[in-house]
Design a binder for this molecule. Sequence first.
Ligand SMILES: CC(C)(COP(=O)(O)OP(=O)(O)OC[C@H]1O[C@@H](n2cnc3c(N)ncnc32)[C@H](O)[C@@H]1OP(=O)(O)O)[C@@H](O)C(=O)NCCC(=O)NCCS
Length: 197
Amino acid sequence: MREGRAYVAVLNGRIVAVAALVLIGKSAYLQGLRVRPELRGRGVGETTTRFLLEEARRRGAVVATLLVAEWNTPSHALVKKVGFKPRMYIYGGKPARRGESKCLSSLEAYEAVSEALGRSRGYACLPDEPWVCTAVTPWELLARGRPCIDKSLYIGRFSFGSAIGDPDIDVTSLSLDGYRERYTTYILYAIELQEKF
Ligand SMILES: CC(C)(COP(=O)(O)OP(=O)(O)OC[C@H]1O[C@@H](n2cnc3c(N)ncnc32)[C@H](O)[C@@H]1OP(=O)(O)O)[C@@H](O)C(=O)NCCC(=O)NCCS
């Protein structure tokens, strides 16, 4: 709430759901939707998600994304119902090793990140907020971290390949390799918010 990204849904004067909305350039990331357990199955989650999409559109986003844990059947059904499409798998957890890296700068860095984003169809998690995964430009990533090459390219706490980084701190990645402790698999969903880009 302090960062201006939390929303609450209020019904009859009572908070019935919480959720967050992060805007990164023209992309919106929906995070942490929680409906009060005793009020689930009555449309609160769907209404809150649709509200956040409208809010994202109003604030200038053209695409919205979110992550759903593989096992979370209710959430998969909800996000598909409102129009999200699955795009890719994201893995997260504690990496096994730090890596012996060659870090890149300026033009080399820009080209490597552009090339990696081309392979991921433009999606990545943020170097400094690895649980925020959305459609980004090379500049948005480069403003938040310096790309390095180990077995694959990584930037801050996100890797385009295997997990790499401080073994005590969470990272996310596009490959399931390289974890000391890996959490569940996540599916990245996306939805277009405007008819024309
Ligand atoms: C997932 C969650 C947000 C759904 O909220 P909700 O208010 O119960 O959902 P709604 O009543 O708005 O349901 C909307 C749609 O979601 C799907 N859905 C909701 N609950 C479901 C369930 N238990 N099983 C299968 N589908 C379900 C259905 O498609 C439903 O549409 P329908 O009623 O036409 O069938 C809620 O269960 C929750 O807070 N879960 C715990 C936290 C969590 O997992 N958050 C999501 C993290 S990505």
